[in-house]
Write a protein that binds this ligand. Sequence first.
Ligand code: GAP
Length: 430
Amino acid sequence: MANDVMEKIVSLCKRRGYVYPSSEIYGGINSCWDYGPVGVELKKNIKEFWWKSMTYYRDDIEGLDASIIMHPMVWKASGHVDGFTDAMVDCKNCKLRFRGDEIDGKSCPDCGGELTEARLFNLMFKTHIGAVEEEATTIYLRPETAQGIYVNFQNVLNSSRRKVPFGIAQIGKAFRNEITPKNFIFRMREFEQMEMQYFVKPESAEEWFETWRKERMQWYVDLGIREDRLHFQELGKDELPHYASKAYDIQYQFPFGLEEIEGIHNRTDYDLKNHSKFSGKDLEYFDDSEGKKFIPHVIEVSAGVDRTLLACLVDAYDEEEDRVVLRLSPKIAPIKVGIFPLVKREGMPEVAVKITQDLRRHMKVFYDESGSIGRRYRRQDEIGTPFGVTVDAQTLKDDTVTLRTRDDMKQVRLKISDLARELGELIQRI
Ligand code: GAP
């Protein structure tokens, strides 16, 4: 059943232009995926909602866009060169490979064969900078965006004249050479993160951790995800990442299990202290109200764009007797409104095209005149378009159209001149 739902979602994504296998004409490449026309729009809307919630709706967070390639010492200082590893185990019989934490007993979960000893495997992708491939030119593709924020802490502090507490937010690609990528876009080797590091006084770290834990859970609810499918999971001492003293995962109930979509971490002064030590630069903050210097502690909220998008798709997927519907929140739906002339004659397409052109300035619209009106509605239902506007014979008499709502399929008549305002309100309201 679980696989069945995932298979249907993967197939819908391919058919309707959400997500395609990467390099498909060459047979694809494991763990890499491409976002199609509506996928890229949904992704953009999710990122925008996150970006606004961090840097527009609050006044204590600045934005940043740091380089993916950084000085290799960054990863030495951050502990990723020595500590960002997973245990890897192979089956001697069927040759399947597993992460150490996926194995319960001593034999292969698939065929029962004998397993190799666990070997540690660093998840960072290595490459070389410049023309000569030698040890001195080794660099890494960033496995988290966070380090770009830490190495710019002083820059942002000085240019924005912020005082602690304040945060720095960033959205960008991250890369991990995962041992067992799986579950569609859930575990990939190239993915995107939305991370915010909040710099606080050491004594207030615990309080800010709790504040951010609640804020972040509410964000997913505001995004339109069902609350009863979201959970917190506190990480045990032996599960903590190497940089964290305390961590909670926000999990979503996927068809393949309850899995992490965001990590909330108390990173203490771990990163700034190490960058200070390795770079020789003073990264202390001077608190002029108390006349003392200290290294701020950091509460990190780290969400995956792709996992959030997958949670949105799974949450929105619904099958009815004669249609498949993606009940995406109108706020993030890739296309906000489909515009349809009832028939391709009697001047209806001309009016519908004019409406399309006018609405285009306000929102993402899609014009469709091909096929029966029922099929056109179904196509948009499957993409998740929340509203449909139909131009019919009545329109030519009184300048009104029908406005159809995806979720309940109810239709009302509206004046063309009221459409932009009415739709704008409906999209904001939900
Ligand atoms: N800076 C902290 C950090 O990177 P993490 O828990 O390793 O923490 C944060 O990752 C989020 O990034 C995860 O909750 C997940 O949403 C996303 N993520 C991590 N690895 C991923 C992968 N291989 N594929 C897709 N998303 C991933």
